[in-house]
Design a protein around this ligand. Structure first.
Ligand code: FRU
Length: 481
């Protein structure tokens, strides 16, 4: 296994902290052969507390090395979510051009200010590293952006803006996005806003990200804005919406009218993308949990995992732009060669470690149920409901569910209204306490935590409509051990 398989529910090929509480991915940046993953971390308990930045590094985004804690709470407050850049030209003056600083940009949360009922307790700070993230120096002039009375003012995502030749920061301010700019990473100026009257507003806006993507098969490029919101997700609690639009270097605009969601499952939140990837790919990682029950899930030593890293792309399907998210191609390295089931139709498979595997099949059927079972009578159900053009995930009988009332309450619904006709690929990743479903190569995605009483070993297709289920090319790859 790529991680020792010792504790109940510990994923094998998804990132988890060695112990204690984790939430959002932070500071995603690639530098000198290394992908950094910093994360919201509380080293003293398995519930949220004074936030630090935990740290791990990887060469392939799948095998991670745990590193010492990178950032600790200081006199300005807890260290909330943020990003990291490589200051190649040494605009900040923290390093040299020969050894450019890795600069972390984050939110300070002043807990005393919050407790005193103030509204200005979130500010933005920076810290830098001259040894590729091994150690950090906190900037003595922090905060670099103060607060002028906005209660929720956080989660800076900074990137090098080629159109304006400056550093550009995205910040959320309660119900909207603010864009700030700087030549030095130290002194910042606000230049625009977006979103007060657009998108979903069932909760506070958090963890913004903005980047260009080429539209597949076209010369055109569009900009994609990610905004996490909590609560207000389509299946309750936390979720990530996106906007497709244009960015002129200063202002983001979008004509999008309906709300769009990157993932329809309950458990993909606060996800953002890497800066500086070597191959120009846009790689996303999300926190595989939901604030509705994140503190209550039945693990003991650590809490929560990250999604599988996913590559984002943009496609026009039936005249509509769609944001696609699909596992990185390197994933095949951690999977064993496949068990192929070529007979058609295939109704059931038994005796494999389905709970830690990848399952891929192609089907033109739109009415069937796929169920996962084990010897403990747990059952997880994925229903393709053609009449209502939706896919439904039902985890109510999938082992432990009663640790929090919202967890098993409702089926998770994913509309598949814009799915092309004919055969589509269904790809499922399972890693003991999670299931990630990718339909049509990442057009429709559903990520969900599950806590079965033992590993699922069986998989069954059941006919639901008039037509028999037709499953082609079923392949199951257990993970490499
Ligand atoms: C998102 C979030 C961020 C904040 C962090 C605190 O999950 O609420 O907005 O910076 O978590 O841990």
């Amino acid at each position: 296994a790529i991680l020792p398989n010792t504790e109940a529910y510990r994923p094998q090929y998804h990132f988890t902290p060695p112990e204690k509480w984790m939430n959002d991915p932070n500071g995603l940046v690639y530098h000198q052969g290394i992908y950094h993953l910093f994360y919201q971390y509380y080293p003293d308990d398995i519930v949220w507390g004074p936030m630090h930045w935990g740290h791990a590094t990887s060469k392939d985004l799948l095998h991670w090395e745990h590193k010492p804690i990178a950032l600790f709470p200081d006199k300005n407050g807890y260290i909330f979510s943020g990003s990291a850049v490589i200051d190649t030209e040494n605009t900040s003056g923290f390093g040299t051009k020969e050894n450019p600083p890795l600069v972390a940009i984050f939110t300070y949360h002043d807990i005393d200010g919050e407790k005193a009922g103030k509204t200005d307790f979130q500010t933005q700070g920076i810290a830098y590293s001259l040894d590729n993230g091994e150690t950090f120096t906190v900037y003595e002039g922090n905060p670099v952006i103060g607060n002028y009375g906005i209660k929720d003012f956080r989660d800076p995502k900074v990137f090098w803006n080629e159109k304006a030749s400056n550093w550009t920061m995205l910040l959320v301010a309660g119900d909207h996005l603010q864009i700030w700019q700087s030549d030095t990473l130290i002194s910042w100026k606000k230049v625009s806003e977006f979103g007060k009257n657009q998108g979903a507003h069932g909760g506070v806006w958090e963890c913004p990200d903005l980047f260009p993507l080429k539209v597949a098969g076209e010369a055109k490029e569009k900009w994609v804005l990610l905004i996490s919101i909590n609560p207000g997700a389509p299946n309750g609690g936390s979720g990530t919406q996106y906007f497709i639009g244009d960015f002129d270097g200063t202002t983001f605009t979008s004509t999008q009218e309906e709300d769009r969601w990157l993932d329809w499952g309950t458990d993909n939140y606060a996800g953002v993308t890497y800066n500086n990837t070597p191959d120009g790919k846009r790689i996303f990682i999300g926190w595989m949990s939901n604030w509705s029950y994140a503190r209550d899930t039945p693990t003991e030593k650590w809490r929560s995992a990250m999604t599988i890293p996913r590559e984002l792309s943009l496609e026009k399907i039936n005249e509509q732009y769609e944001l696609i998210n699909y596992p990185i191609t390197g994933l095949k390295k951690v999977l064993k060669s496949s068990n192929s089931f070529k007979a058609n139709p295939i109704y059931s498979v038994a005796g494999l470690n389905i709970s830690q595997s990848e399952i891929v099949f192609t089907t033109a059927s739109r009415d069937f149920e796929l169920s996962f079972t084990n010897q403990k009578e747990d059952r997880l159900k994925l229903l393709f409901d053609g009449a209502n053009k939706q896919v439904v995930l039902d985890r109510a009988t999938s082992g432990k569910t009663d640790f929090q009332e919202d967890f098993a309450k409702e089926n998770q619904l994913m509309p598949i209204k814009n799915l092309p006709e004919g055969a589509v690929e269904v790809r499922i990743l399972m890693d003991w306490s999670s299931i990630e479903v990718f339909i049509n190569k990442g057009q429709y995605v559903m990520t969900s935590q599950i806590f079965p009483n033992e590993h699922y070993t069986n998989l069954n297709f059941h006919q639901k409509g008039e037509e028999p289920v037709e499953v082609k090319k079923l392949e199951i790859r257990e993970i490499e051990s």
